[in-house]
Design a protein around this ligand. Structure first.
Ligand SMILES: CCCCCCCCCCCCC/C=C/[C@@H](O)[C@H](COP(=O)(O)O)NC(=O)CCCCCCCCCCCCCCC
Length: 216
C-alpha cells in the first residue's frame, strides 16, 4: 500500500533529521516524529524492491494505526510516547495479557515498531563497521536473529529469511541511502546510530517500567 509519499526518494539524512526531532529537551519522544522516521524507512524499503512489500505493508499498517490515534479525538494525549502510555494505561485501553477489546492500542502497536528499531540498530551498526566484501543479507539475518525473530512465528521467520536473500549488495545498498560515496554514508550512519539507540533505550526503559514488554 505504497502511497505517493512512500514512493518519494529516501534519504538517510532526512530519517536522521526526523529521529533527531523526535526527542524533546526532557527526553520525551514525539510520536509524530517517530512515525515520520518510520515513514522514511518504509520509503527506503520500498525502493529496494517489491519483494519487501509484505514487510513494508505491515509497517505502514502500524504507522497508520498510530496516526489515527494522533488525529483522533484524544490526539492531544498521543503527543509523546510517554503521554500515550500514561493515557492508555490510566483508561484501560491496553490488552495486557491476551488480545481482547483493544487490538489496536497505541502501546501494542508501537511495541512492534520498537522491536523492529532494535533490528535496525543492530543491522546499521553491522553495516557501518562492515568491510567492502561483507554481505548485507548476512548482516540483516544476524541482526534479525538477535532481535525480532524471537517475536515472530515460524512462517514469518521463514518469509523474512527469504526476503533477506533479495537485499542488494553492500555497494547498491549504500547508494540507495542517497548520501553520497560510501565513506559519507558510513559517517552518516555513525551520526544516526547514537540517536536511534537513544530513542530505542528511552522506549525500552519506559515499557519495562510499566511491564509492557509482552503486550499481545
Ligand atoms: C532492508 C531489509 C529489510 C528487512 C526488514 C527486517 C525486518 C523483518 C520483519 C519481518 C516482518 C514481516 C511482516 C509481519 C510482521 C508481523 O507479524 C509482526 C507482528 O505484528 P502483529 O503482532 O500485529 O501481528 N510485525 C512486526 O514485527 C513489525 C515489523 C515492522 C518491520 C519494519 C521494517 C522496516 C525496515 C526498514 C528497513 C530500512 C533499512 C534501513 C537503512 C537505513
Amino acid at each position: 500500500m505504497a502511497g505517493t509519499e512512500e514512493e518519494e526518494k529516501f534519504s538517510l539524512k532526512e530519517v536522521l533529521d526526523t529521529f533527531k526531532l523526535c526527542l524533546s529537551d526532557s527526553k520525551e519522544i514525539y510520536l509524530e516524529q517517530y512515525v515520520a522516521g518510520w515513514r522514511g524507512l518504509v520509503r527506503l524499503l520500498n525502493s529496494l524492491g517489491s519483494v519487501f512489500g509484505f514487510i513494508s505493508s505491515d509497517a505502514v499498517n502500524k504507522i497508520n494505526i498510530l496516526v489515527a490515534h494522533l488525529k483522533g479525538e484524544n490526539g492531544s494525549r498521543y503527543v509523546t510516547v510517554q503521554s500515550m502510555v500514561a493515557y492508555e494505561l490510566e483508561n484501560d485501553l491496553v490488552d495486557l495479557s491476551k488480545r481482547g477489546s483493544h487490538p489496536e492500542s497505541g502501546c501494542r502497536t508501537l511495541l512492534r515498531l520498537h522491536r523492529a528499531l532494535r533490528w535496525l540498530e543492530l543491522f546499521l551498526e553491522r553495516l557501518r563497521t562492515s568491510g567492502e566484501d561483507s554481505k548485507t543479507s548476512t548482516m540483516c539475518s544476524e541482526a534479525y536473529n538477535e532481535s525480532l525473530s524471537r517475536h515472530h512465528p515460524w512462517v514469518i521467520r521463514k518469509a523474512a529469511g527469504m526476503a533477506f536473500c533479495m537485499i542488494p549488495g553492500r555497494p547498491a545498498f549504500l547508494e540507495a541511502m542517497n548520501v553520497g560515496p560510501p565513506e559519507q554514508v558510513v559517517a552518516k550512519l555513525g551520526e544516526a546510530l547514537p540517536l536511534i539507540s537513544e530513542v530505542y533505550q528511552i522506549t525500552e526503559d519506559l515499557y519495562s517500567r510499566h511491564s509492557l514488554m509482552d503486550l499481545p
